[in-house]
Design a protein around this ligand. Structure first.
Ligand code: DP6
Length: 314
C-alpha cells in the first residue's frame, strides 16, 4: 500500500487567547485571538488508500515521536476527517497516520498542528481527485471547525483570528525564538474543549469578550510601535485573565502547579531586574511558554542557566 499524501503543519502559541465559543459545534470564538506560529514544532500526516471494504482508520506515524491518543481523541480526529472528506468531495476510505516531531503531552498545542495537518491532507487529496482548490484563508476556516486554534497554524508568523477571518499580520518583531518550560507532561484532566464550555459559569466571563478584544487592539498597537516591554505586560495580564476564568468557574478548575508559580515568579523577577525578557504566556495547561526576540539569544541563555535552573525547557 503506497502513501498517496504526505503533509505537515506547525503548532502555534496564542498571546491573546481563544477562550469561550459562540457556537461549540462549529468552534465560533467569543473573541478574537493572536498567535505566533511555531514553525519547527510540527505534526506530520500521511494518508494511504484502503480498499472499499475497509473504513477510515488512524495509526501513529512511525517515523515521528511516540504518540498515544485516547480512544475519544482518535474518534474526534476521524470524525473530523470524515467531515473534511464530505466538505471537500473526497471519495474513498483511508488509513490516516499522524505523529509529532515534539514529545507528546509536553503542553504544546498539538491539536493545532494535528488538525491543521489533517485539513491540509484532505485538501491535497481533494485536489488530486480533481476538486477545485481552496485558498489558505478558506482552508484555515475549515480547519477551525476541527479545532479552533488550528486555523492559526495555516499561516506563518503573527496570525490574527477574528470575525474577519484568519489573517497574517506583521510587526517589527520576526523570527521569534520559542521555548516552553515543561512543568508537567501528563495528559491534562480538563481538555481545552471542555474549558471553553466550563468558563461560561464564571462571573468574570461576562466582560471577557470586551477585555480580550481590547487587549488584542492594545497588543497590536504596542508591537507595531516596537514596545516589547508593554507587549510583555499585556500578554502577562491576558494569560492570567484566562486562568482566572478557570479558577472562578463553578465548579472551579485550574492547571497551575507550585512549579508553574515558581517559574513565573523567577521570570517576573528577571524582567524587574533587567527591564527586558521574553513574552510569557500559558495555554490551558501548567507549562510556561516564552517568546524571545531574535536579538535576545544571549538573554535567553542567561535565563535558562541562571533563572530556570532545574527546569526542563524544550
Ligand atoms: C487555551 O483550539 O484546543 O490554547 O476548538 O475546542 O479544539 P477546540 O479548542 P482549542 O482551544 C485552544 C485554547 C487555548 C488558547 C488558544 O490557543 O487560543
Amino acid at each position: 500500500m503506497s502513501s498517496i499524501i504526505k503533509v505537515s503543519s506547525p503548532s502555534n502559541i496564542a498571546l491573546i487567547k481563544y477562550m469561550g465559543k459562540k457556537n461549540h459545534e462549529l468552534n465560533v470564538p467569543s473573541n478574537s485571538s493572536l498567535s505566533w506560529t511555531i514553525d519547527h514544532l510540527r505534526t506530520y500526516v500521511e494518508v494511504k488508500a484502503l480498499s472499499n471494504k475497509e473504513t477510515d482508520r488512524w495509526a501513529p506515524l512511525e517515523s515521528q515521536q511516540d504518540i498515544s491518543l485516547s480512544e475519544s481523541s482518535v474518534a474526534r480526529y476521524l470524525n473530523f476527517w470524515k467531515k473534511l472528506k464530505s466538505k471537500l468531495g473526497v471519495e474513498g476510505n483511508f488509513l490516516v497516520s499522524s505523529g509529532n516531531n515534539f514529545p507528546f503531552g509536553c503542553g504544546l498545542a498539538s491539536s493545532a498542528s494535528s488538525f491543521s495537518a489533517l485539513t491540509l491532507a484532505a485538501h491535497e487529496l481533494s485536489c488530486k481527485q480533481g476538486q477545485k482548490p481552496l485558498n489558505e484563508h478558506q482552508l484555515a476556516l475549515l480547519s477551525a471547525q476541527g479545532s479552533g486554534s488550528s486555523c492559526r497554524s495555516l499561516l506563518e508568523g503573527w496570525v490574527k483570528w477574528s470575525e474577519q477571518g484568519v489573517q497574517q499580520v506583521s510587526f517589527p518583531f520576526d523570527n521569534l525564538i520559542h521555548k516552553v518550560i515543561v512543568v508537567e507532561s501528563g495528559e491534562k484532566k480538563i481538555s481545552s474543549s471542555q474549558a471553553h464550555k466550563m468558563i461560561s459559569s464564571s462571573l468574570l466571563n461576562v466582560q471577557r469578550q470586551a477585555r480580550a478584544n481590547q487587549r488584542l487592539e492594545d497588543l497590536c498597537q504596542v508591537l507595531q510601535k516596537g514596545d516589547w516591554k508593554r507587549a510583555y505586560e499585556i500578554c502577562w495580564s491576558e494569560f492570567w485573565d484566562m486562568h482566572a476564568l478557570f479558577e472562578t468557574s463553578e465548579p472551579s478548575f485550574g492547571y497551575m502547579t507550585a512549579l508553574t508559580m515558581k517559574a513565573l515568579n523567577s521570570l517576573r523577577l528577571f524582567w524587574q531586574n533587567n527591564g527586558d525578557g521574553p513574552l510569557i504566556t500559558m495555554d490551558a495547561g501548567p507549562n510556561v511558554h516564552m517568546l524571545f526576540r531574535e536579538d535576545q539569544n544571549k538573554l535567553c541563555d542567561d535565563i535558562l542557566a541562571n533563572c530556570l535552573e532545574g527546569f526542563s525547557v524544550l
